[in-house]
Design a protein around this ligand. Sequence first.
Ligand SMILES: Cc1cc2nc3c(=O)[nH]c(=O)nc-3n(C[C@H](O)[C@H](O)[C@H](O)COP(=O)(O)O)c2cc1C
Length: 178
Amino acid sequence: MNAMDCIAARKSVREFDARPVEKGKLEQIVRAALCAPTGMHLYDSLHLSVLATHGAVDRFTALARKQSGDVQADPAHGAGALIVVSGKRPNMPVENANAACMIENMLLAATDLKLGSLYVFGAIHSLCGSLQEHDFRKLLNLPDEFTPLGSVALGYCAEKFEPRKEPKNNETKVDFIF
Ligand SMILES: Cc1cc2nc3c(=O)[nH]c(=O)nc-3n(C[C@H](O)[C@H](O)[C@H](O)COP(=O)(O)O)c2cc1C
């Protein structure tokens, strides 16, 4: 897929099926994250945790349910994998921008690989600072100095993926200044 087609085609998927995501595809998606721009080259201020199976994602879902008190909560929507991006400087806007760059690259790589993808932020944010944070960090194999900032849910779409052709967004005001 050419770059512009891939950018247009990407859209949020919230229904995944039971097929696992192949390790090779996860490796390509991680590579896309590592190609992302990063403020001041501070690559070591970022960390990726790859929950690579439905089983590992289920452990994340169980923690999110415990944290929210909602036994039906399913923030990863049954995805076959979840990649969590963490940073050392969570209170610095640049760290969140770095994480978002990695996440968008992964969303695009997934689209190119014909996988469904979703930016999952809310549950990650809620787990940080919650009673479940310790178990969450353990699940992510996360050193103390890192804080989870966002994530990408990945998997095979439950229904045929219809690539988007035109932007969903027709509301953001755009000014061209010459
Ligand atoms: C920073 C950010 C956080 C998001 N967090 C969530 C989330 O926690 N759960 C979710 O279902 N979607 C989440 N989304 C997906 C948005 O709802 C989605 O991208 C938006 O509605 C546009 O739709 P599209 O992705 O299909 O173009 C998030 C997107 C961004 C950029």
